[in-house]
Design a binder for this molecule. Structure first.
Ligand code: UD1
Ligand code: CA
Length: 478
């Protein structure tokens, strides 16, 4: 195959190492060892599908193109990529070398081709940058990222000549006992010179125990200088093949995220019991207490105190908020809001500045105005509550009539006494009051009092009469 007409000239050699970078992410594998119905590369690590970690790392290189080799029969990959990169289908999973050979002629550039495996989410963009720089400096035909592992089981081993020159990679399945003793492993991150890669790939065979086309074999088929670069932190190259490795990756990633947050001025009292996803942002001087998780695309402001035992998912919190032993999901909270302990804020809830949510309160799809309080044992669903409203203990909205959800509107400054039930749809005008134990079944005009309960009766001498009756019956039995 003729790849470059002027491949011999100095000029061409320069463009082959210095030209635009092509990144190829291999993501089509079966992931058998995961024992899952979900494609391996979609399993999340710190809240992000594994595959996206490779995409994020690759971005650092500012590549000319990023190709993702995918299995067209696996669902959800396109959605996860969300338009990033160009997919290349691999219809049959015949090995990593076969996966790379699916790249079509138009994308077979002569310049640097970086190949990544989508099951290695811990790889840092900075490491890729160093690899590319090393590749450009040495003008090698391939520069391989290797690592030294105490326990190299499961990885391809790096075979070197006596003088230390890198020769080839042997897969564990095909390794001799002596080769299995080698601790230097193939990370699965390669920087090839395109000119040398594509012709060598054509020559690949599947004569090995697994009968797969191994990308690792292409290295020995390449005519030209072979170079290696040892990764600084061996934890970066962890490949996820099963769920034990998934848990390891999660653990390492979590440490990284928490370290970064702490260096940016967030206090985490117990990193061992705190979980924060990669796409969460948290402001300065916020304190997170133990057994708390902040996940999804949450944004937390400055000077907040969260936890202990608080779960926040895909929510936004302003500055100076507190949330203790509570669950927040898809909610929007302004500044200086206090929540909990033991409250649950469900999707669509919006709390304005200075709202106070106390204990055992559930709020769903409701807006609560500034300075309002829902301090104890309440349920508000589909409610629009104004500013400076007090919702007394035990008050609830009856928003579901068995057929549909109905809205309760409560104006500014309303005083809701304990145990009020709002039978929606219903409106309460501003500055109105409801008496305790009122069932609000019709609209309440502004400034008025709604009392909707049976009058209290007093039965005088009741206790004495009961006592006398009991004593009389005891005496009769004797
Ligand atoms: C591979 C390497 C091994 C290296 C290790 C690092 C080969 C032959 N072996 O082994 O030397 O030490 O990674 O983690 O390359 N894939 C496809 N199509 C396929 C097969 C795989 O796209 O037909 C993708 C997978 O989705 C995965 C990646 O390639 O992201 C690696 O495949 P995997 O089967 O996990 O390779 P390992 O056995 O881990
Ligand atoms: Ca792997």
């Amino acid at each position: 195959m003729r790849v470059n007409a002027s491949a011999g000239s100095k000029q061409a050699r320069l463009s082959e190492t210095r030209g635009g970078v092509t990144v190829v992410v291999l993501a089509a594998g079966k992931g058998v060892r995961m024992n899952s119905r979900i494609p391996k590369v979609l399993h999340p690590v710190a809240g992000r599908p594994m595959l996206l970690w490779s995409m994020v790392a690759a971005r650092v290189l500012d590549p000319e193109r990023t190709l993702v080799v995918t299995n067209p029969s696996q669902d959800g990959i396109q959605a996860a990529l969300n338009g990033e990169g160009q997919t290349v289908p691999q219809r049959e999973q015949l090995g990593t070398g076969h996966a790379l050979s699916q790249v079509s002629a138009e994308h077979r550039t002569t310049g640097p081709v970086i190949v990544l495996y989508a099951d290695a989410p811990l790889l840092r963009g900075e490491t890729l940058k160093r690899l590319l720089a090393e590749h450009r400096a040495s003008e090698a035909a391939v520069t391989l990222l290797t690592a030294m592992l105490d326990d190299p089981r499961g990885y391809g081993r790096i075979i070197r000549a006596r003088n230390g020159v890198f020769r080839r990679i042997v897969e564990e399945k095909d390794a001799s006992d002596a080769e299995k003793q080698i601790h230097e492993i193939n990370s699965g991150v390669y920087c090839f010179r395109g000119r040398d890669l594509w012709p060598a790939l054509q020559k690949l065979e599947n004569k090995n125990r697994a009968h797969e086309y191994y990308l690792t074999d292409v290295v020995a088929l390449i005519k030209g200088k072979l170079d290696t670069m040892l990764v600084g932190d061996a934890r970066e190259i962890l490949g996820i093949n099963d769920r034990r490795q998934l848990a390891q990756a999660e653990h390492i990633m979590r440490e990284r995220i928490l370290d970064d947050l702490m260096l940016r001025g967030v206090t985490i009292t117990d990193p061992g019991s705190t979980f924060v996803d990669a796409d969460v942002s948290i402001g300065q001087d916020t304190v997170i207490h133990p057994f708390s998780t902040i996940t999804g695309h949450s944004v937390v402001g400055q000077d907040c105190v969260l936890g202990p035992m608080t779960q926040i998912r895909d929510s936004t919190l302003g500055d100076g908020c507190r949330a203790e032993r509570s669950h927040l999901e898809h909610v929007k909270i302004a500044s200086n809001v206090a929540i909990g302990p033991f409250s649950r804020l469900r999707p669509g809830t919006e709390l304005a500045e200075g709202v106070h949510i106390g204990t055992h309160t559930e709020i769903k799809n409701s807006k609560i105005g500034a300075g309002s309080a829902v301090p104890h044992f309440s349920y508000l669903g589909d409610a629009v509550v104004g500013a400076n409203v007090n919702i007394g203990a035990g008050s609830i909205t009856a928003n579901w009539d068995g057929f549909e959800k109905n809205v309760t509107e409560i104006g500014d400054g309303v005083y809701v006494s304990c145990d009020t039930i709002f039978v929606a749809p219903v409106r309460v005008g501003s500055d109105a009051t409801t008496a305790a134990d009122t069932v609000v079944t019709k609209d309440v005009p502004a400034g008025s009092l709604a009392i909707g309960r049976a009058d209290m009766k007093i039965v005088e001498g009741y206790t004495a009469r009961r006592r006398a009756r009991r004593n009389a019956s005891k005496a009769a039995k004797k």
